[in-house]
Design a protein around this ligand. Structure first.
Ligand code: NAP
Length: 276
């Protein structure tokens, strides 16, 4: 048994994505048959739900909004990306212990690789300073980005993330700027990633002025919409930028979680088709 805890959760694409891979697995050895379910868990019930999942023998589970940070103290162990990002999106239950991982950032890097984009040596601008931004920042620095700017609406949150990253990754240069000044930083950035909520609603403004998307840039959006591209990805494509969508990031964070849970290479094509 596998699953995802969140609140609300009915919109989650993860059950469809993971079960599509399991359905294509064909003849499985006994004991290697998986099912993935969505579980709506209210914030006040998170500790009881986590204890329950462990007691029921879940192999692991994903964690989504609003629990990614609240679940940290409930873990027996954390991997380095989860600790540095201060957010867990994947839990593995092993020998009575719960291990918290973060595959959002590494999933983002794998989505970039799929698009032929390397972060090594590239100047990166991240919009946002929440859980997704932190995970992406950790992974981008880990993948060799030498210079990273965090632009956030709330300055204190960007500064707190910068301080945490600087402790763990001293060799990279990490800067901050206000979100409404990010257009200036975007001019010199080679890879721009939106990890704010902007774009989740049709009426949202773009997180950056449209003219900053042009040229030899890679524009990535952590936000994904069911049944269509975000405005940021659409405008970036029109402006001639290369793009990496939130849907590909969602796919690869799931691929990486499935690798850890099952110990085998997932059927990525089936997972990708399930998101289409
Ligand atoms: P979070 O921890 O709550 O952080 C939200 C971020 O968005 C903060 O930086 C916040 O700024 C900013 N923000 C919210 N409303 C804004 C507004 N109106 N204007 C400007 N900035 C605003 O959330 P998260 O977990 O990082 O998620 C962020 C986005 O990434 C969500 O859309 C989520 O679905 C997506 N995501 C996608 C994947 C994937 O696999 N594709 C994985 C994880 C997350 P303040 O600090 O100023 O509030």
């Amino acid at each position: 048994m596998l699953g995802v805890v969140g609140h609300p959760i009915s919109h989650s694409l993860s059950p469809r994505m993971h079960n599509a891979a399991f359905a294509q697995d064909g003849t499985r050895p006994a004991g290697a048959d998986y099912v993935y379910v969505a579980m709506d868990v209210r914030p006040d019930r998170l500790p009881a739900a986590v204890r329950g999942l462990a007691a029921l023998g879940f192999v692991g589970f994903n964690v989504t909004m609003p629990h990614k940070e609240a679940i940290l103290p409930l873990m027996d162990e954390l991997d380095t990306p989860a600790r540095l990002a201060g957010a867990v999106n994947t839990v593995v239950a092993e020998e009575g212990k719960l291990r918290g991982l973060n595959t959002d950032g590494s999933g983002f890097v794998e989505a970039c690789e799929e698009a032929g984009v390397s972060l090594a040596g590239r100047r990166v601008l991240i919009l946002g300073a929440g859980g997704a931004a932190a995970a992406i920042a950790v992974a981008a620095l880990g993948a060799g980005a030498p210079r990273l700017c965090i632009a956030n609406r709330t300055a204190g949150r960007a500064e707190a993330l910068r301080a945490k990253l600087s402790e763990g990754m001293l060799e990279a240069e990490v800067l901050t700027c206000p979100l409404d000044k990010a257009g200036e930083t975007a001019a010199e950035a080679e890879i721009i990633i939106n990890a704010t909520y902007l774009g989740m609603k049709k009426e949202d403004p773009l997180p950056l002025p449209i003219e900053t998307l042009a040229g030899e840039k890679v524009v990535c959006d952590a936000v994904y919409l069911t049944g269509g591209e975000t405005a940021l990805i659409r405008y970036a494509k029109e402006a001639g930028a290369r793009t990496v969508s939130g849907e590909r990031m969602l796919l690869y964070q799931g691929v990486q979680a499935q690798r850890v849970w099952t110990g085998r290479e997932p059927n990525i094509e089936a997972m990708s088709d399930a998101l289409a």
